[in-house]
Design a protein around this ligand. Structure first.
Ligand code: GRF
Length: 204
C-alpha cells in the first residue's frame, strides 16, 4: 500500500503536528506529510515543518476578499501537494460547506473534550465551569457543524478537584498526541469506514 499524503492545517504551536511527524518517522503511521498550512505567518508549526524539510505555507485570511477565495487557496495548496487526508491540528477557523465538500470524508479534527460535550473554543474552561468530573479528547471527521462530525475515537481523562484549565490541558494533550496518531494510522490503513454518524473500525 502506498503512503497516504497528509495535509496539516494548524494555527499555533504544532505539538500534534510534531508528534504525527515523529510517529511517521518511527513507522507507526504509514504516511507522508505533503504540506503544512497555517493562517498565521508566525505560527510555530510552520517553523517545525520547515526545519523538517516539509513544505510550509501561510495562507492569510486578510489577503482574500471572501472566505471562499481564502479556502480555495488552501484547497489549491492541498491539491498541488496531492493531499489525500486533511488533518486539522489546532486550526482556529471554521471551514465552510464549500471546503468540506471538496474533501468529503477526508478531513479529521481533534477536539480537547468528550464531544458532544463542550464543543467550540475554551473547552477546558467550559468543563471546569460546568463542574464535569470527566473530560478527554475526541477525534472526528469534519462536517459542516462545529465539532459535530462522526466520531472516530475518544479517550477520557479525569478532572481533578484542584484542576485549572492549564493543568487539565496538560494532561489531555498527552492523550491527544497518542490518539491522533492512532486514528490517522487507521485511516492510512483504510480501516475507517463512515456509516452515517458511525465510524466503524475494521479489525486489522
Ligand atoms: C489541541 O488541544 C487540539 O485539541 C485543539 O488545538 C490544540 C492544538 O495544539 N484543536 P497544538 O498546536 O497541536 O499543540
Amino acid at each position: 500500500m502506498s503512503e497516504t499524503v497528509l495535509g496539516i492545517l494548524a494555527s499555533g504551536r504544532g505539538s500534534n503536528m510534531q508528534v504525527i511527524l515523529n510517529n511517521i518517522h518511527s513507522g507507526q503511521i504509514h504516511a507522508k506529510i505533503g504540506v503544512v498550512i497555517s493562517d498565521h505567518p508566525t505560527a510555530k508549526v510552520l517553523e517545525i515543518a520547515s526545519a523538517a524539510g516539509i513544505p510550509a505555507v501561510c495562507v492569510e485570511r486578510k489577503n482574500f476578499a471572501t472566505k471562499q477565495e481564502f479556502e480555495a487557496a488552501i484547497a489549491a495548496e492541498l491539491v498541488n501537494h496531492e493531499v489525500k487526508l486533511v488533518v486539522l491540528a489546532g486550526f482556529m477557523r471554521i471551514l465552510s460547506g464549500y471546503f468540506i465538500g471538496l474533501f468529503s470524508g477526508r478531513i479529521m479534527n481533534i477536539h480537547p473534550s468528550l464531544l458532544p460535550a463542550f464543543p467550540g473554543l475554551h473547552a477546558h474552561e467550559q468543563v471546569l465551569a460546568y463542574g464535569a468530573k470527566v473530560s478527554g479528547c475526541t477525534i472526528h471527521f469534519v462536517d459542516e457543524g462545529v465539532d459535530t462530525g462522526p466520531i472516530i475515537m475518544q479517550q477520557a481523562v479525569a478532572v481533578l478537584a484542584d484542576d485549572t484549565a492549564d493543568r487539565l490541558a496538560e494532561r489531555i494533550i498527552k492523550v491527544e498526541h497518542a490518539l491522533y496518531s492512532k486514528a490517522i494510522g487507521l485511516y492510512c490503513e483504510q480501516r475507517l469506514c463512515i456509516e452515517g454518524r458511525n465510524v466503524k473500525i475494521i479489525e486489522g
